[in-house]
Ligand binder design. Structure first.
Ligand code: SF4
Length: 429
């Protein structure tokens, strides 16, 4: 097996010791480099197993990491593992990670980022040009280049990066490339960790956003779909809402397709995906569906999501079977928020069960809330971010728009939660 990723030598030693075998690790600056993609293709062509860790990032849980490599070796699959720091904050902690089929990632990178010449590619090219003289080959990468986000200031001063975004925003970000839409403010569940709908957090909200039902109107949705279609913007459903609650949701998918929206993703709890909805979803031929599950057994699922685990799993399985017999390209993922006792052990069982069935298995850390000086609920990350003055410049406001069912437009998921709850809590799925 060949592993691609920027990884510390001691982690490599640990890995080899635990797994009792030699592991080849090729370093790279970023999987976004065409050179790395070519090398991966070469290895795949020669039928080597390939495991890719992205981004170049060495602050992660070694136990979890070794488990994932062991799984990859056992399954003999080509896999992609992405532990991420929270990109918006300068915090050295994994915020979420996922594991998926490598082919899907490589296809995405080649098709979306290179062939379609997306914003990110231009931006990366700009960075690479700025780094002229530094090798970005797979060996001998200067330490300070192994993590772009962490070492932002090493080659861009904060003032420069701010100026860069402001000066070139029209060039690099003429429109968002991603629109997240909450088509209602309703969900049929009250998951314990949900900042929007759990009983505990509802009682703390100081905004009246969730008091009355809000459902996006068809004529308004059409305008958004037209804009997204014209600019080839990616659409994401499932924000602070369960999209299947909206009576027009399936119709909205057709409208979006009619207006030329090519990439549509849905995040759903899966409870309302009955056979009829599943058949319609398959016909819609959308890009990707993520199911928020968070449990691998009936009891935990009931405790966290308050619903019947077997019903939800049967819904997902029905969709998996339908997709297998169809020629549609819709990919599926499942999501697990690490929380409660035995979270690590359960996450491994979750991975073992779902990895053979779906395209992506994704894990999030549960946000821990605490009271700040003003009495607002904030996550540990948010508090650290406020204390940390040297944060790098974030490009998300130029790339992603969030739209609420009453047509308020905000610029990131944090502002959406602030708007909807009047406190700084974030998250939800
Ligand atoms: S976490 Fe998702 S499914 Fe659960 S209550 Fe919140 S929005 Fe609904």
């Amino acid at each position: 097996m060949v592993i691609y990723g920027a990884i510390k030598e001691e982690i490599q030693r640990e890995l080899e010791q635990r797994l009792s075998r030699e592991i080849v690790i090729n370093l790279f600056l970023s999987i976004w480099d065409l050179g790395v993609l070519e090398s991966i293709y070469e290895d795949l062509k020669h039928k080597k197993s390939v495991f890719v860790i992205n981004p170049a990032f060495d602050f992660f849980d070694i136990d979890v990491f070794c488990e994932f490599v062991a799984q990859a070796l056992k399954g003999g699959k080509n896999l992609y593992f992405a532990p991420q720091i929270n990109p918006d904050y300068f915090i050295k902690e994994p915020f979420w990670f996922f594991i998926t089929s490598l082919d899907a990632v490589v296809n995405f990178l080649v098709e979306s980022l290179y062939l379609k010449k997306s914003i990110q590619t231009d931006f990366r090219n700009f960075l690479h040009k700025s780094l002229r003289g530094h090798s970005i080959s797979r060996v001998d990468i200067p330490k300070y280049l192994t993590n772009l986000s962490e070492n932002w200031e090493s080659f861009f001063s904060q003032d420069f990066s701010k100026e860069f975004f402001l000066k070139y925003s029209d060039v690099y970000f003429p429109h968002p490339n991603n629109v997240h839409i909450a088509i209602s403010n309703r969900c049929n569940l009250e998951c314990v960790m949900c900042p929007y709908h759990s009983k505990e957090y509802r009682s703390l909200q100081t905004s009246d956003f969730f008091d009355k039902s809000l459902f996006m109107q068809t004529q308004d949705f059409k305008k958004i779909a037209k804009y997204c279609g014209n600019h080839k913007i990616f659409m994401q459903f499932g924000q602070l809402d369960e999209p299947f609650i909206h009576p027009k949701f399936l119709e909205f998918l057709d409208i979006a397709k009619d207006y030329g929206v090519e990439n549509i993703n849905i995040t759903t709890n899966g409870t309302l995906l009955d056979k009829k909805n599943a058949e319609k979803i398959v016909q819609s031929n959308i890009g990707h569906i993520t199911f928020s599950l968070d449990a691998i057994d009936k009891e935990s699922y009931k405790r966290i999501r308050g619903y019947d685990y077997d019903t939800t799993v049967a819904n997902i399985q029905y969709l998996i079977d339908l997709l297998k017999t169809s020629k549609k390209k819709t990919t599926l993922g499942v999501c697990f928020i690490l929380q409660g006792e035995n979270a690590k052990e359960k996450s491994m069982q979750f991975l073992e069960y779902w990895l053979p069935l779906v395209d992506k298995v994704k894990f999030h850390q549960l946000s821990e809330f605490e009271l700040d000086k003003e009495g607002s609920f904030v996550t540990k990350h948010q508090r650290q971010f406020r204390e940390y003055k040297q944060r790098h410049t974030c490009s998300i406001p130029w790339q992603v728009l969030f739209i609420t069912p009453d047509l308020k437009v905000t610029f990131c998921c944090n502002s959406m939660s602030v708007y909807s709850t009047s406190s700084s809590i974030g998250g939800g799925a």
